[in-house]
Write a protein that binds this ligand. Structure first.
Ligand SMILES: CC(C)(COP(=O)(O)OP(=O)(O)OC[C@H]1O[C@@H](n2cnc3c(N)ncnc32)[C@H](O)[C@@H]1OP(=O)(O)O)[C@@H](O)C(=O)NCCC(=O)NCCS
Length: 161
């Protein structure tokens, strides 16, 4: 993450570091259980930690996270976006998404997609509905490890930069 940090309600968004991995696992676990997020192994989080931004409360507690997965010079995906239930509705999700899209702009990407069961959140923040089929096959590699692969209810949304 090279984009500038964005602060909201005393919560600071910054690039994730390896020391954040246990907190990321704890934060995402309930949303993995509900199927809102895909499971990520400890190895996967460590391997890709530089793709993640975290939102840290004034005491240092990690209250939100999200990642930017780059597929090509033009296309990236926002994934693993989660805000602790007690911090939802306070603008933390927006701050994380704006940090990730600022990073995408800084990298010279043309569009950012998200596959989500919460499209209304993304539409509110400037994304538009998209056809899943317009994205390259490697985007769907994650589907192979998704428990919902045969009954998928995620929709694609995209932000053109
Ligand atoms: C979706 C999620 C990340 C939103 O985070 P948040 O911090 O609560 O969102 P914010 O407070 O920044 O909201 C920004 C705007 O989006 C709106 N919004 C938030 N969640 C929304 C939802 N589910 N549906 C519609 N609008 C939503 C807010 O009302 C706000 O609009 P406003 O500025 O006009 O008031 C959070 O609810 C979450 O972690 N959900 C569970 C995990 C998940 O589903 N992640 C998405 C998977 S891709």
């Amino acid at each position: 993450m090279t984009a500038l940090p964005i602060a909201v309600h005393g919560v600071a968004v910054r690039g994730a570091v390896l020391a954040d991995v246990p907190a990321l696992e704890t934060l995402m676990a309930p949303y993995v259980a509900t199927g809102d997020l895909l499971p990520r192994s400890n190895y996967d989080l460590c391997r890709h930690i530089k793709e993640y931004a975290v939102a840290a409360a004034p005491g240092g507690e990690i209250v939100g996270c999200g990642s930017l997965k780059i597929y090509s010079r033009g296309l990236a995906e926002v994934a693993g976006l989660a805000v602790h239930p007690q911090w939802q509705g306070a603008g933390v999700g927006r701050a994380l998404l704006e940090t990730l899209t600022a990073e995408a702009r800084a990298q010279g990407l043309h569009e950012v997609l998200a596959l989500t069961r919460k499209p209304a959140f993304f539409l509110k923040l400037g994304f538009v509905p998209a056809e899943r089929e317009q994205f390259p096959l490697k985007v769907w590699a994650d589907c192979a490890r998704c428990p919902r692969q045969n009954c998928c209810d995620e929709v694609a949304v995209v932000l053109r930069l």
